[in-house]
Design a protein around this ligand. Structure first.
Ligand SMILES: NC(=O)c1ccc[n+]([C@@H]2O[C@H](COP(=O)([O-])OP(=O)(O)OC[C@H]3O[C@@H](n4cnc5c(N)ncnc54)[C@H](O)[C@@H]3O)[C@@H](O)[C@H]2O)c1
Ligand SMILES: O=C(O)C(=O)C[C@@H](O)[C@H](O)[C@H](O)COP(=O)(O)O
Length: 530
C-alpha cells in the first residue's frame, strides 16, 4: 500500500543482503522520460498501467536483487500472472503489511501521489479494501511492520524470506499459513492478531523452555497470558484433562474473543485445538509444534481431539488454526527417538503422494536416523529436514484443502493408521504414534499386495525404507483384539472395515470391506520372525 515503506524498507533489505535495489516507479519515469504524476495527467491511468506492467515483466526476468513495486501494480492481471510465475520459480513476493494508520500518515505526508488526490485518507482506505485481498494472494511472504523502523522491518523481511511458508486454504477454511524456519515463533503475536486480550498457552512440561519463549513474546505484545501445563503425551489427551482446561478458562473469564496457543508435540496441539474448538463453540488458536511429527502433520489441518478408553481420537472436532509456527530451533531439544518417530508420517506422505520425499529419506537415511538435536541447527541436515517438513505439510494441505471434514480424499492421510491406532491402544501408548503408523503401513502394503494392487517390490520398499530410518516394521499381537479395534476406526462404516492402500507409489485408493482371510493373512506377515 502507499506509505507502507516499500522503497525505504526495500533499500534496507538490499543493503543487508548486499544486493542491488531497483524501484519500479523510478524505472518507469526513466522509461517514459517524465514524472509519474505528469504521465498520469497526460495519458491517464490505463496507459500508465500498461507501461508499468511491461517494465515489471522485463525486470522480473532480467534483474537479480530487491525490486520495489508500485502499490497498484499487483492489481494488473498480467502482473499478477508474472508474479505467480516468479514465485513458482522460487522468487519471493513480499507484501509489506503496514499498519493502516501509520501508512496513511506517511502516504499523506509524502505527497505527489495521483491515486490519493482529494481526501487522501478516504482514498487510501478505499484502495486498501480493494487491494489487500489481492496483495495477500499474490504474495508468498506477508510481513506485518506495525511499529517497526525501516531497518527493523527489513530484518523481519529477511528472516521471513528465509522461511518456508505453506498456505492452507479451501472451502470452509479460513486461510492460514504454516511457517517453517528458525525463529518462526517470533510471528506469534502477528498471527494471533489484535482481537484477543487473554491468551491461554497450553503446553507440556518437557517443552517448558520453548513455552517460556512463547510467553515472553506474548507478554511483550501486550497479551494477558495464562500458562496451562498439561500431562505429557497421550496422558494429556483425555476428557479429564480437557475438562480441567475448560474449568480453568471458565475461572479465568476467557471470552469468545480470547485465544489459545498450543505448544508441544502432536498430543498437546491436538488437545489445545480441541479446547479451542469447544470453548464457547470455537475460539482462535495458533499451533506451535515442537516435535517433528507435530510440525509435519498434527499441527495442520484442524483435526483436534482426545482419546477414549475405547479408541484413539474418538472425541474431537474439525477446527482450523489461525496459523502454525514450526520453529526449527525447537527441534534442538527433541530426543532422537521422538524425531525418528516423526519420520513415519513423513514417509506416509511420500507413499501416498509426493514420492520425492521417499528419495530424500532414502538419500539421507543414516543422518536422519542419527539425528542429534544438539548439533542440528546450522548443520547440513537442517535444510534436509526443512525440505521434508515443507513437502510433507504440502501433502497434508493438499488433502485438507479439498476435504476438510474427511468425506473421502482426506482419508488417504490415514494410510497406515487403521492398524497403527490399534497398536497404540493395545500397547497402552507405550508405542509411539509414528512407530505404530510405520508398522501399519507395512500391513497396508501387505494387504494391497495380497489383493493384487501392488507388487512385492513395493512391499519390500516399505520395509527397507522404514527400517533404514530406524522405524519398526513388525509387531506381535493378538489378531482378534486388533480386529475389534479396527472395526472402531473412524473409517469403518457399520460392520464394514475400510482401509487406505496404494495401487502404485505415490497413489492411494480406498479399500472397502476386504476379504477376511486377506485381513488376517496380512497380519500374519507383519509378525516378527524371531
Ligand atoms: N491432528 C492430527 O492431524 C494428527 C496428526 C498426526 C498425529 N496426531 C497425534 O499426535 C500425537 C503424536 O505426536 P508426537 O509424536 O509429537 O507425540 P507427543 O505429543 O506425545 O510428543 C512426544 C514427546 O516429545 C516431547 N517433545 C515434543 N517436542 C519436544 C521438544 N522440542 N523437545 C523435547 N521434548 C519434546 C513431548 O513432550 C512428548 O514427551 C498423537 O496423539 C497423534 O494421534 C495428530
Ligand atoms: O489429518 C488427517 O486427516 C490424518 O488422518 C492425519 C493422521 O496422520 C493423524 O494421525 C490423525 O490424527 C488421525 O486421525 P483419525 O481421524 O484417524 O483419528
Amino acid at each position: 500500500m502507499m506509505g507502507a515503506g516499500k522503497t525505504r524498507v526495500g533499500k534496507e533489505v538490499a543493503k543487508l543482503l548486499g544486493l542491488p535495489f531497483r524501484d519500479a516507479d523510478v524505472a518507469i519515469e526513466h522509461e517514459v522520460g517524465m514524472t509519474i504524476p505528469a504521465y498520469f495527467q497526460r495519458h491517464g491511468e490505463p496507459a500508465f498501467r500498461e507501461v508499468e506492467a511491461d517494465v515489471i515483466a522485463r525486470t522480473l526476468v532480467s534483474f537479480d536483487g530487491v525490486f520495489s513495486l508500485g502499490g497498484g501494480a499487483p492489481m494488473t492481471p498480467s502482473t499478477q500472472a508474472e508474479l505467480a510465475r516468479y514465485a513458482e520459480a522460487g522468487g519471493k513476493v513480499v507484501y509489506l503489511m503496514a499498519d493502516p494508520a501509520e501508512a496513511m500518515e506517511r502516504a499523506a505526508r509524502g505527497g505527489g501521489r495521483p491515486m490519493l488526490d482529494g481526501d487522501a485518507n478516504a482514498r487510501w482506505k478505499k484502495l486498501y479494501r480493494e487491494r489487500d485481498p489481492v496483495f495477500r494472494d499474490v504474495a508468498n511472504v506477508r510481513v506485518r511492520t506495525k511499529g517497526l523502523t525501516p531497518l527493523g522491518a527489513a530484518r523481519k523481511v529477511i528472516d521471513m524470506i528465509e522461511e518456508r511458508s505453506i498456505h492452507v486454504t479451501g472451502a470452509a477454511i479460513e486461510p492460514y499459513d504454516v511457517v517453517v524456519g528458525e525463529g518462526s515463533l517470533n510471528h506469534l503475536a502477528d498471527v494471533l492478531g489484535e482481537g484477543p486480550a487473554k491468551v491461554a498457552l497450553i503446553h507440556t512440561q518437557p517443552v517448558q523452555r520453548h513455552a517460556d519463549r512463547a510467553r515472553t513474546l506474548l507478554r511483550k505484545a501486550g497479551y494477558d497470558v495464562r500458562e496451562l501445563t498439561i500431562p505429557d503425551a497421550e496422558a494429556g489427551k483425555t476428557v479429564a484433562v480437557a475438562d480441567s482446561l475448560w474449568q480453568r478458562l471458565g475461572e479465568e473469564g476467557f471470552t469468545r474473543s480470547d485465544a489459545i496457543v498450543g505448544l508441544g508435540g502432536g498430543a498437546a496441539t491436538d488437545v489445545a485445538g480441541f479446547i479451542a474448538a469447544t470453548w464457547m463453540r470455537g475460539v482462535r488458536y495458533v499451533n506451535c509444534p515442537t516435535s517433528l511429527l507435530a510440525m509435519v502433520d498434527a499441527s495442520t489441518g484442524g483435526k483436534t481431539g482426545v482419546n477414549m478408553p475405547q479408541g484413539k481420537n474418538l472425541v474431537g472436532a474439525f477446527h482450523t488454526p489461525a496459523g502454525v509456527l514450526a520453529d526449527l530451533t525447537c527441534l534442538s531439544s527433541l530426543p532422537r527417538d521422538i524425531f525418528v518417530e516423526g519420520l513415519g508420517e513423513v514417509a506416509k506422505s511420500g507413499f501416498i503422494m509426493d514420492t520425492a520425499i521417499l528419495g530424500i529419506l532414502a538419500d539421507h537415511a543414516a543422518e536422519l536416523r542419527g539425528f542429534d538435536g544438539a548439533t542440528f541447527l546450522g548443520s547440513g541436515l537442517e535444510d534436509v529436514v526443512a525440505e521434508l517438513i515443507e513437502r510433507t505439510v504440502r501433502v497434508k494441505a493438499h488433502h485438507v484443502s479439498a476435504d476438510l471434514t474427511e468425506k473421502g480424499l482426506r482419508e488417504f492421510l490415514n494410510y497406515g493408521h487403521t492398524l497403527g491406532h490399534a497398536i497404540e491402544q493395545i500397547e497402552h501408548f507405550s508405542w509411539r504414534h509414528g512407530n505404530a503408523v510405520a508398522v501399519g503401513m507395512v500391513y497396508a502394503a501387505e494387504l494391497a499386495h495380497l489383493l493384487g494392487y501392488i507388487d512385492q517390490d513395493l512391499v519390500d520398499r516399505h520395509r527397507e525404507l522404514l527400517a533404514s530410518l530406524g522405524l519398526p516394521t513388525a509387531w506381535r499381537g493378538d489378531f482378534d483384539a486388533v480386529l475389534a479395534l479396527m472395526h472402531r476406526d473412524k473409517k469403518a462404516r457399520g460392520n464394514t472395515l475400510r482401509f487406505v492402500v496404494l495401487d502404485r507409489p505415490g497413489h492411494a485408493i480406498h479399500l472397502d470391506d476386504p476379504p477376511a482371510d486377506a485381513v488376517r493373512e496380512a497380519f500374519e506377515r507383519i509378525q516378527p520372525t524371531d
